[in-house]
Design a protein around this ligand. Structure first.
Ligand SMILES: Nc1nc2c(ncn2[C@@H]2O[C@H](COP(=O)(O)OP(=O)(O)OP(=O)(O)O)[C@@H](O)[C@H]2O)c(=O)[nH]1
Ligand SMILES: [Zn+2]
Length: 213
């Protein structure tokens, strides 16, 4: 098994709970099995799978789970960060704000949608901006709780940039709260992670000002 897959299974307090054999099955087998199981779910619900519009749904869902919305479970899909030298000696914080978050709640498997705002202070290198968006997208593409998503994004930026000076805010709506259950469409959930220099209230406030909070 590739090293990054093993590393993902070895548990940190912020790791997604994964089975030891999580990556032993290939994607095509996962898609085929999920499709079979989803066929059963739809049949139990009473749907007629010979219908032209419904018949492809189990396969579509299986492919979507493995290749799209849960593709971030497999560290093979983790974005590789492009780092650059910092000859211009930019030493202030860099903020990437309003990064789209499309995730799914691990309790109900319905969407979590919102925004992430991330910041770091360079420890020598700078990162290609889009890689910050990609890190957010990668960890969003798992069944999630927002607290863990926030920490996973922060830990990955710290690891890649070799600095503790990282801040992350996620502001998201949970469809399990809006479309079912309590059915409160107006509320959203804000989570944050501040490390290193961002523990300083002045630095933290500068970040909050940039993101308009
Ligand atoms: N802390 C946290 N809770 C979450 C998150 N996403 C969903 N939840 C909550 O997880 C809880 C699951 O509670 P249960 O009581 O087992 O589920 P339920 O019967 O469907 O609860 P209701 O949503 O209240 O109908 C709910 O209160 C959800 O709102 C998240 O990202 N973080
Ligand atoms: Zn939920």
């Amino acid at each position: 098994m590739p090293e990054q897959q093993l590393a993902e299974i070895e548990k940190e307090h912020f790791s997604t709970p994964l089975k030891a054999d999580a990556f032993e099955m290939d994607d095509e087998t996962k898609i085929s099995l999920i499709s079979e199981h989803f066929t059963s779910i739809m049949e139990i619900l009473g749907l007629d799978l010979s219908d032209d519009s419904l018949k492809g749904t189990p396969g579509r869902i299986a492919k979507m789970y493995v290749k799209e919305i849960f593709s971030g479970l497999n560290p093979i899909n983790k974005p590789v960060a492009t780092l650059f030298e910092n000859p211009y000696r930019y030493s202030e914080m860099l903020v990437e704000k309003n990064i789209a978050v499309f995730s799914n709640c691990e309790h109900h498997f319905v969407p979590i949608t919102g925004k992430a705002h991330v910041a770091y202070i360079s420890n020598g290198k700078v990162i290609g901006l889009s890689k910050l968006n990609r890190i957010v997208q990668y960890y969003s593409r798992r069944p999630q709780v927002q607290e863990r998503l926030t920490i996973q994004i922060a830990e990955e930026i710290k690891r890649v940039m070799g600095t503790q000076d990282v801040a992350v805010i996620v502001d998201a709506s949970h469809h399990c709260v809006s479309s079912r259950g309590i059915q409160d469409a107006g509320s959203s959930t804000v989570t944050s992670s501040y490390s290193g220099k961002f523990k300083d209230p002045d630095i933290r406030n500068e970040f909050l000002r940039y993101i308009g909070q």
